[in-house]
Design a protein. Structure first.
Length: 138
């Protein structure tokens, strides 16, 4: 064998290593593509469920309470406070109200008080998960 030149076996090994790395890259690409195909419908389903989730005003933790203009839960004799909504609002309705529209069946002031109440929801309270989902970027 001549010195300084690679042997035939080392050239074959290098070529085989190149094939292996190309195969691995192709396999990883296939796995990634299938993951994207699987995740996209799941995200679409999640987005749909966020718009259909419901937020009670007030929630179970404050049943019987009235909603003040700042969104706090107060007693029924508080001046300017609004009674319970009488129905749950969907995530879509709340999202629209947070962007300037009024909640269905409410006056503009009442809607703003309810939106302020929803913004004050905390973990463990009825409707919090739905509200938190509305805050996530899509």
């Amino acid at each position: 064998m001549k010195e300084g030149l690679p042997s035939e076996s080392s050239v074959e090994t290098d070529q085989n290593n190149g094939v292996v790395s190309r195969r691995r890259a192709l396999m990883m690409g296939a796995v990634t593509a299938s993951a994207v195909v699987s995740i996209k419908p799941a995200l679409a389903q999640t987005a749909g469920s966020v718009l259909n989730c419901e937020i009670p005003v007030p929630g179970n933790h404050a049943a019987g309470g009235y909603i003040a203009a700042d969104g706090s839960v107060v007693t029924s004799d508080t001046p300017g406070a609004f009674p319970a909504a009488g129905r749950n609002f969907t995530g879509e309705e709340v999202r629209r109200a947070m962007n300037g529209r009024t909640l269905p069946g409410t006056s503009p002031d009442q809607s703003q008080a309810y939106v302020n109440y929803i913004r004050r929801l905390q973990s463990g309270q009825s409707g919090f998960t739905c509200y938190a989902s509305l805050q996530m970027p899509r």
